[in-house]
Design a protein around this ligand. Structure first.
Ligand code: HEM
Length: 478
């Protein structure tokens, strides 16, 4: 520490970091957009950390302070432009990928390229598979999904008669969600293999942990963060000698190795079947592996590439669904007056229609309750993060232009808590949407109807699934 070379090196490094942050924050093309927080260089540097620690309060302050619907906050080494006016939110959601990039936007907060590999970002064909084949097959696979939900709860909760038990909510729900999702993705018996399931859960946690580390550093530190989050290419090389080098590789690389060991043989078997019998062989399973094989081309038709797609789909599915369901459970315990009406509704619908996916559409109160839970506890204070990638920038309808390289997002939480969007916005009113739907039905011709207040309907004032071109494909209709 007393070594003068160490001091000089540290001072040089500090100057480089400050210079790189100053360069990134000094963007005169954004001058027209008001700033929330400090305007001075060092103070805005500090605001970046405030955003990290307390983003929701900063965004709420901007939302209240700038009713015009656009402001910016410093996020360590860059600006985040935040929009709140419904038409701006729509414009962001409707912009094509070559103008406002969803994938580059995600990359800013989740280092997908570094952690999962470039092909997932540069050729996200599995999003198309999910949007088309997966969603189309939800009706057909509903009985399996329902069966797995029942079995998973029975085995994981292990309740005997009317026994009560204390269990950690999120962890328990995650175990159920991982299992049920994988009944759809890879089928029995792998969907019950604990090593396979927990590896999927762990992979997502590792990616998020790395993302937080990476987010703390300016872009200048990309090589350091790349070291922190080693690529799966490295993992592929290491898999052959996994036992020897296992302790020295990062846990993300291990996740990929475990996925290859547990899921790899099944994918290899399915590739071999297609090679032998063609794409439509008799008794081909109706699952994610088959759906991916319909879309995968060239190098994507290999075991490691397909395993990586399934790992990535698990990443998109498990945490979002587990958090949503856990929040709903907490809301149910906090507002138990909703329990009986929802149970009665479910019993009534199932008695008339049986357990089908279509019958879920008739469970209006349950749907309303879930939507309300999402409105108040959506997955973040901002949604729809996009990077401007067009060289001409991105122009809003009021003439505001964001230059290439800037980041934009929607103030989701503040929008959900705005009294001009929702009456008594801070109050949990589980059946507000069910009532709205009933009132609307009483006065409108539903054959012509565009009114939507179901959980799956996105809108400028309802963003838990985003809205527009990249809205979550599994649940949504806009
Ligand atoms: C309640 C559970 C879920 C929530 C709250 C949720 C939320 C979201 C959100 C906020 C986005 C980004 C929207 C945007 O930026 O405009 C998204 C995109 C996406 N979600 Fe979900 N999601 C859920 C479940 C799932 C599941 C189960 C899957 C897969 C089986 C999935 C696959 C995807 C994919 C592939 C995208 C990217 C779509 C695209 O590129 O166009 N999600 N989701």
């Amino acid at each position: 520490m007393d070594d003068p070379r160490f001091l000089v090196l540290s001072a040089g490094l500090a100057i480089l970091i400050l210079a790189s942050v100053r360069k990134a924050l000094h963007n005169s093309k954004l001058d027209a957009i008001p700033i929330v927080g400090s305007t001075g260089f060092l103070a805005s540097f500090w605001d970046g950390y405030r955003f990290f620690a307390n983003g929701p309060d900063l965004i709420q302050a901007g939302y209240t302070q700038y009713p015009n619907g656009i402001f910016r906050v410093a996020r360590f080494s860059r600006w985040f432009v935040v929009v709140s006016r419904p038409e701006f939110v729509k414009e962001v959601g409707g912009a094509p990928e070559h103008v406002l990039s969803f994938h580059e936007g995600i990359e800013d907060s989740l280092p997908v390229k570094q952690v999962v590999g470039r092909p997932i970002v540069e050729n996200p064909y599995h999003h198309h598979t999910i949007r088309t084949n997966l969603t189309r097959n939800l009706h057909a696979r509903f009985p399996d999904v329902r069966d797995e939900i029942a079995c998973a709860f029975e085995e994981i909760l292990q309740l005997h008669e009317s026994e009560w038990k204390s269990l950690p909510a999120l962890k328990t729900i995650m175990a159920v969600v991982a299992r049920v999702s994988n009944r759809l993705f890879v089928g029995l018996p792998l969907c019950r293999n604990q090593t396979y399931l927990w590896n999927n859960v762990q992979f997502a946690l590792d990616v998020i942990r790395s993302a937080h580390i990476v987010a703390l550093f300016p872009k200048f530190f990309a090589p350091v963060s790349a070291l922190i989050s080693r690529t799966t290419t490295v993992a592929r090389l290491m898999i052959a000698c996994n036992r020897l080098v296992g302790p020295f590789i990062s846990s993300k690389d291990k996740s990929f190795a475990v996925a290859l060991q547990t899921l790899g043989p099944l994918v290899a078997e399915r590739l071999a079947k297609e090679d032998e019998l063609g794409p439509d062989w008799p008794a081909k399973p109706n699952d994610l592996i088959s759906w991916l094989l319909e879309d995968a081309q060239g190098e994507e038709r290999t075991v490691p590439a397909l395993v990586l797609r399934i790992l990535s789909t698990n990443f998109a599915a498990i945490h979002t669904s587990s958090m949503t369901f856990t929040h709903a459970l907490f809301d149910l315990t906090t507002y138990p007056e909703h329990l009986l009406p929802m149970r009665e509704e479910a019993e009534h619908v199932v008695a008339n229609e049986g357990w089908t996916k279509a019958a879920l559409n008739s469970m209006v109160k349950i749907d309303s309750f879930l939507r309300e839970s999402q409105r108040l506890n959506g997955i973040g204070s901002v949604a729809m993060i996009r990077k401007v990638v067009s060289k001409d920038g991105f122009r809003f309808s009021d003439g505001t232009v964001l230059p290439k390289g800037s980041f934009v997002c929607a103030a989701a939480r503040a929008i959900h808590y705005d009294a001009s969007n929702y009456k008594n916005p801070a109050e949990f009113d589980g059946f507000r949407f069910a009532r709205e739907r009933a009132e609307h039905a009483a006065t409108h011709d539903l054959t012509q109807d565009v009114f939507k207040r179901q959980m799956i309907s996105t809108a400028g004032d309802f963003l838990p699934f985003g809205t527009g071109k990249h809205a979550c494909p599994v649940f949504t209709c806009s």
